[in-house]
Design a protein around this ligand. Sequence first.
Ligand SMILES: Cc1ncc(COP(=O)(O)O)c(C=O)c1O
Length: 405
Amino acid sequence: MTNSLPTSLPLSKLVTEMQESATLKMAKMARELKAQGKDVIDLSLGEPDFDTPVHIKEAAKKALDDGYTKYTPVNGLLELRQAIVNKLARENDLHYTVNQIVVSNGAKQSVYNLCMALLDPGDEVILPAPYWVSYAEIVKMAGGVPVIANSSIEQDFKSTPEEIEALITDRTKFILYSSPCNPSGSVFSFDELQALALMLQAHEHVLVVSDEIYEHINFTDRHYTIASMEGMKDRTVIINGMSKGYAMTGWRLGYIAGPDWVADACTKIQGQVTSGASSFGQKAAAVALESDHTPTKDMVKAFHQRRDLIINLLEQIPLLLVNRPQGAFYIFPDVSAYFGRTSTGGYHVKDADDMSLYLLAEARVSTVSGVAFGNEKCIRLSYATSDEKLKDAAERISKALSILI
Ligand SMILES: Cc1ncc(COP(=O)(O)O)c(C=O)c1O
């Protein structure tokens, strides 16, 4: 009798049914091609190409030297929670207590904590599409049911209150969106948020989870949050973090601000999963929030210029429908006019997934299909890269699309 061990055992149903993050997958494919010596321009990444400002790095080094190397309270160092309370008062005119803040290992974990804390099997979460890739998977991980509100480029990818209201049932727990939005870059205006809040007055059992991680990368006059609309603060959980506005993606620091009962529940979940975020990172985050924001403003200025550059270049491509994002660092063009075409080299593009793979193969430009974001007609391009690379990428995309006939 042979006694060979199996090379693998069955995985859980949960992980087997889970989608791999499409953005991470495309970034990995681009990295692999680059490692093979291929000249790939990576526009699939969801992070600023800038380095963390020096004074924030110095604060982390000092914290290490000062002995901040131990566990912190699960919901975060008091000093950082106070800095977040100050930030919300200063920038958003919102007044929270330190107990209403929970610092996490990134906004992604905040989404996870919230879904685990609020959802029972079968509970519904309304996701206005296009939505950030991880929302739907995390909702499902927690046993919830994502309910998608579709939108199109013609409405600037913003679902109306009526479209959202039509999806509300007794099982709806919350509405979850990002503004500025990943992937569309769309930003809800004051009037649009007010209209949403007004509609929700008739649906008291529904909370709002407002992901504001791109708050600072906003090209409109200012950032608005639904938490400041009348009657909404006690029904809203704000998600935010250090990744985008402070170029700190690798530091893994996010937070929520919300009602005490939600904050307590998230702390309970996090206490059993990861505990508090990195101690010296939290010290540096407090410095980042409290110090001069010139590096953030300079970064946003660069993103604004690059947005105009990429829009001008993409608008010259026939059949491409280009949106005019007001925030974040993504553009989400509608490529559906090319569906059903075949390249002169024999590559058939039937949908957005194919388009993204085609552009990687033919143009050596990495993008992400809109399908993972709940939109079947678009692809997402990140313009968090240099002007030269953006010009080169637009030229390559234009050429690859021109041979689809
Ligand atoms: C809308 C949105 N929310 C949350 C996150 C996650 O941010 P963090 O790096 O803080 O986990 C991202 C990152 O891409 C995002 O785009």
